[in-house]
Structure formats: structure tokens, C-alpha cells
Design a protein around this ligand. Structure first.
Ligand code: AMP
Length: 591
């Protein structure tokens, strides 16, 4: 039997881990790092590039690349890469496939199953889309697990004999999840969770980019439309400035020229942390209300929390740590690397599934993060009014759960009912999310109102199944939810499998070379003209050697020499390609 790996499929980065003898271990990717950028690119000759190489390409040819597609999971949004189009499911599947290949190369075994993490607040469409992406990548998705639950599993795995109430604050690139949990005698119990699906580090970068555009008298949309390369470079500069402001009080943000290049002495904008934080003030109420909602649901006061745990890249921002310090009266805890803790938790979950000896005494219970129910009519006064929400599974109910409600036909001889299925907290369906519907037909003709039993079953991966049983006839109807989203039914799966099969990945052993080439080309856009000629000469030599390597005798020697010369020169210029993976720096990481 192959191994089951844990995958943190993130908005900006993804990671893989596996359960080793002593605990979860991260798996390095093809370029030797743990974090794989969640970016997919398509080369001019229709080869798929992912990760680090695709990230470099996104600056040179942004129109051939897609990033942040996780935010569009479960929607019908279409991404255009070159002259091809892809759904978010297809892009995620390409990324998953390349992570699978990296894991297979590292572990030396076939990987056919995975535990994939999703934001706790992912709705049914988004979860089914993630599962489908796994299937398209040739992976059986053994379990989907909520990201904060995975983070908590890492803490629980290492600290299982303590007795604590923890609040996991998970702010990644695209989503915020806040989860309350108890650890008690090797049992991890999720008590409450809530979140926001469009709030994360990418929104902070977008806010900064918007501010920069305003200073220049333009807008992000305008800028992107006229100058996609310049926009991609500006995004990168804003992201870098944002990250620097986590350590520095003030920074100079470099402004690319309209062609996307950075001049020899680029124009800069000075930005202080204070100013940046004032731009982000509008996000504060959403962060606070999410924490408050979780505490209320878990009937917990801030002072009852033993530790606040940070997860996700954006929690490195001092603004976030300060907010939590003030709210809870103690500094948040960051014992495990916030970028890595989710993937490691996914590996612990995979270990639970495999009955791994290292986790045999660990027990985990999770909850349903939102309320699920159906649309009903209500009798108000003498009239029936439509559009009301009848909850069937309430949020924060422990999983797995199966609940039944009885509803009635509205008028005599009503022969069919369309059961509309919703997720949300509002009493009116117009403010909740429609997940799908279930047509119940063949109801026996009767003068009396007829009973229909509606059963909701929500499994450990957070996937919903709805059944309707017509009282007298004994007929059962089962849901096929998600008609709202393309790509999720069985016919779509077969079509997508055939479509995806036509794309070939860039040869894995050459992707690292392509990565260096793209990285060097990108540096070329930044260096002074004095250095440019020499760098260009080295890039040309490397490109020629790459081609020759497989063709002529001694090609390999020439290839390695030219690679070394190019890397040395880049290092002289102050540019280093990825660092090799290091052991996780547990305990030393400081937000
Ligand atoms: P994740 O999805 O957990 O990988 O988080 C990625 C997000 O965290 C991105 O928006 C990054 O820009 C952001 N991020 C990573 N490191 C930092 C940092 N030091 N300061 C601010 N934001 C960061």
C-alpha cells in the first residue's frame, strides 16, 4: 500500500508532509524547498509549469500564469492562460499533481491518497471542488480537514498530555479561520469555529497596491488593463514592502516603469508601518468580530484561553500579534512555524487514518462550521410566506452528524416539492448561500398535507448529503448538490480528465533549470546596464548548455559549469535562488 500524504493546499503556497517514525515530516519539492508557490503557468509550447518556476514566469509573462485560484474554488470563474482557459478546479488539480510527483520522488513510492486541508469556512461547493481537484490529479482524497483543526492537531500531537483551551488564529493569504479547541488526555476537541473566506494577506497587499495606484493617479484595474507586466511587478514590490514592514518601521517601495522593469535607480515611495496599518484599519472589525463569534459560540471568555496560536503567513504582521495580545492579555504562541503547521497536521491526520503507531492514542473531534438547512414557507397571521430558512444542522455541531426534520406539503394533492438547500446563519434564505436543490416527485395524491422527512448527513470531510423520504410512499430521494457549480458532476469529471490528459508537465528534472533561467531573466530586468551585458551573456550560455546537455558528449560538464557561473554571478549581484530546505526552526520563530 502507498503512503497517505498530508497536503496544505494554500492560496499563496502549498506544502506536503508525511507521518514519519517520530512525527510529521515535511516533504521538499523539486527545487529543494518546502513551500511551493500555488501558481500554475503554461509555456508557449503548452507545457505546464508549477511552483517556483511558475512564480518567476508570472513576472515575465503574467498572461500565461494564474495565482490565487483557491479563492475561486467552487465558482464558475474562468482563468485564461495564454490561449487556454482553466477552472479553479483544473488549476488546483495541476498543482496537486505536481505536489504528488514531488512527494513520490522524495519518498520513492507511489502516492495515491491524500488528506487535503481546506479553510474551515469553505462551503460545500468549495469542498466538493477541492475533492474534485484531488480526483483529477489522480489522488483519492481520504479526508478533507479544516486548516485550523490541522494546526491544532500539530500542537495536540506534540503536547497531548496537557490540559488546555486553545484559540487557533489562522490568517493566510486568502482566508481567516478562528477555532476554539480543548486538549485533554490525548483527545482534541474542536468546540467552535468561524471565519471569513475573503480576508487574508492578499487583501492587505491589494490595499497597498491600491494606495500606490492612487498616489500615481490611477487604479489597480486600469493599471492591470494597460500594463499587465508592470502590474505583476508592482504586486510583487507591494508584497515585498508589506513583508518588510513586519520587521521594519519604514520602507522604500520601488515603483516599476510602465514596461514592468525596475530602472537603475527606481523611483520609490516611502511607507511607514504606521501609515500601512492605518490603511488596513478597515479590516480590523472583521478580524475582531470573527474572534468574538467563536468565543460566543464556545461560551468562552478571553481570559479562559490558555494559549492563542498563530497560523498562516499574515499572522507575522505586528498588527495581528498586537491585536491578539491586547484582546487576550498575553502574547500569542508560535511554537511551530505558522507556514508549516497546517501541512504537518494534515500528515498527523493521515497517520490517524493509517493507524500509525505514533498517533494511536490520539482522538480528534471536529465540528460543522456553519448552519445547514432548507427553504420553507411560514404561516404568518393567516398567510403563508416563502423565503424562510429552516436550520437542520446547527453550526458547531460535532461531526459526523445526521439530523432529520419533517416538513409538509403546502396544499392538497401537491405531487412534487423542490427542496432548496442552503448554508448560512440568516433567518431568510436570500441572505444565505444556495447549495443546490433536490426534486421530490411522485408524492401520493391526498387531500391532507403530506409528511416529507428531510435528512442531512455531514461527514468528517465536511461534505453534505441530503435525503428526502416521502412519508406514505416510502420513496427516498438523494441529493446531487452543487448543480450551481460547473465541473462537479460525474460527466464533468470524465470530460475534465480527458482535457487535463492533453497537458504535459514540463520535465520534472528540468524544472529546476527552468526556474533558474526564469529567475535570472527576471533579475535582468532589475540590474544596471553595466551588469546587464554580462548577465545576459551568462544566461545565453546557460540556455545553450541546457539544450546541449542532452545532445552532445561532455554536454553535462559544460552544463554544470555554466549553471555554476550563472548562480555565482547572481549571488555577486545579491540575488540568491531558493535556499535548500532547513530543519524546521521550532521554538525560534518570532512573529
Ligand atoms: P499562507 O496562505 O499561510 O501561506 O499565507 C500567505 C500570506 O501571508 C501572503 O499574503 C503573504 O504575503 C503573507 N505573509 C507571509 N509572510 C509575511 C510577513 N512576514 N509579513 C506579512 N505578511 C506575510
Amino acid at each position: 500500500m502507498g503512503r497517505i500524504i498530508g497536503i496544505d493546499l494554500g492560496t499563496t503556497h502549498s506544502l506536503c508532509a508525511v507521518m514519519g517514525g517520530g512525527g510529521p515530516e515535511l516533504i521538499p519539492n523539486r527545487v529543494g524547498t518546502y513551500l511551493t508557490p500555488s501558481i500554475v503557468a503554461i509555456t508557449a509550447d503548452n507545457h505546464i509549469l508549477t511552483g517556483a518556476a511558475a512564480k518567476e514566469m508570472s513576472l515575465l509573462e503574467p498572461e500565461r500564469c494564474a495565482a490565487r485560484f483557491k479563492r475561486m474554488m467552487g465558482t464558475n470563474h474562468v482563468f485564461r492562460l495564454g490561449d487556454q482557459t482553466f477552472s479553479a478546479i483544473e488549476l488546483s488539480s495541476l498543482l496537486l499533481k505536481s505536489l504528488k510527483r514531488d512527494a513520490e520522488a522524495h519518498l520513492g513510492t507511489r502516492i495515491e491518497e491524500a488528506v487535503i486541508t481546506v479553510p474551515a469556512y469553505f462551503n460545500d461547493h468549495q469542498r466538493k471542488a477541492t475533492q474534485r481537484a484531488g480526483e483529477l490529479a489522480g489522488l483519492k482524497v481520504t479526508r478533507m480537514i479544516n486548516e485550523p483543526t490541522a494546526a491544532a492537531l500539530t500542537y495536540g500531537f506534540h503536547d497531548r498530555h496537557s490540559e488546555r483551551r486553545l484559540l487557533v488564529f489562522d490568517l493566510g493569504g486568502g482566508t481567516l479561520d478562528v477555532t476554539l479547541m480543548d486538549i485533554f488526555e490525548s483527545s482534541l476537541e474542536i468546540i467552535a469555529t468561524s471565519g471569513q473566506s475573503m480576508l487574508g494577506g492578499e487583501d492587505f497587499t491589494a490595499t497597498l497596491l491600491q494606495w500606490v495606484c492612487e498616489q500615481e493617479g490611477t487604479s489597480p484595474n486600469q493599471r492591470r488593463a494597460v500594463d499587465p507586466r508592470g502590474y505583476a511587478r508592482l504586486w510583487k514590490e507591494c508584497e515585498a514592502a508589506k513583508v518588510r514592514l513586519s520587521w521594519e518601521q519604514s520602507t522604500a517601495l520601488r515603483l516599476p516603469e510602465p514596461d514592468g522593469l525596475l530602472g537603475e535607480e527606481p523611483t520609490t515611495l516611502t511607507l511607514t508601518r504606521e501609515r500601512f496599518e492605518s490603511l488596513l484599519e478597515r479590516f480590523q472589525p472583521r478580524l475582531v468580530s470573527c474572534i468574538q463569534k467563536t468565543l460566543n459560540d464556545g461560551r468562552t471568555q478571553p481570559e479562559q484561553i490558555d494559549h492563542v496560536i498563530l497560523v498562516g503567513g499574515a499572522t507575522r504582521m505586528p498588527m495581528v500579534a498586537n491585536l491578539l495580545r491586547e484582546g487576550f492579555g498575553k502574547p500569542p504562541l508560535c511554537r511551530y512555524h505558522p507556514d508549516e503547521v497546517v501541512a504537518m497536521g494534515a500528515a498527523v491526520q493521515a497517520g490517524l487514518y493509517e493507524n500509525h503507531v505514533a498517533v494511536e492514542d490520539l482522538v480528534l473531534t471536529d465540528v460543522c462550521p456553519f448552519t445547514l438547512g432548507i427553504a420553507v414557507s411560514k404561516q404568518l397571521g393567516r398567510d403563508y410566506r416563502t423565503g424562510y430558512f429552516l436550520p437542520i444542522i446547527h453550526r458547531n455541531t460535532t461531526l459526523p452528524v445526521s439530523r432529520e426534520e419533517v416538513v409538509y406539503t403546502l396544499y392538497p394533492n401537491q405531487r412534487e416539492v423542490d427542496v432548496m438547500i442552503y448554508q448560512g446563519e440568516s433567518r431568510k434564505i436570500k441572505d444565505n448561500l444556495l447549495l443546490g436543490h433536490l426534486k421530490v416527485t411522485g408524492i401520493p395524491a391526498a387531500t391532507e398535507e403530506q409528511e416529507i422527512f428531510i435528512r442531512f448527513t455531514y461527514d468528517l470531510s465536511g461534505v453534505l448529503e441530503v435525503e428526502a423520504l416521502v412519508g406514505d410512499s416510502g420513496r427516498t430521494f438523494r441529493s446531487v448538490l452543487s448543480q450551481q457549480v460547473k465541473g462537479l458532476d460525474e460527466k464533468d469529471l470524465q470530460e475534465a480528465l480527458a482535457r487535463m490528459a492533453q497537458y504535459k508537465f514540463y520535465p520534472r528534472d528540468q524544472e529546476a533549470h527552468q526556474h533558474l533561467l526564469l529567475f535570472a531573466e527576471q533579475v535582468l530586468a532589475e540590474v544596471s546596464s553595466r551588469r546587464r551585458d554580462e548577465l545576459e551573456r551568462l544566461i545565453d550560455a546557460y540556455e545553450a548548455a541546457l539544450w546541449e546537455a542532452g545532445q552532445v558528449e561532455n554536454g553535462q560538464t559544460w552544463f554544470f559549469e555554466s549553471r555554476q557561473k550563472l548562480t555565482d554571478y547572481l549571488e555577486d549581484l545579491g540575488y540568491t535562488l531558493n535556499q535548500p530546505p532547513e530543519e524546521s526552526d521550532f521554538g525560534q520563530f518570532k512573529p
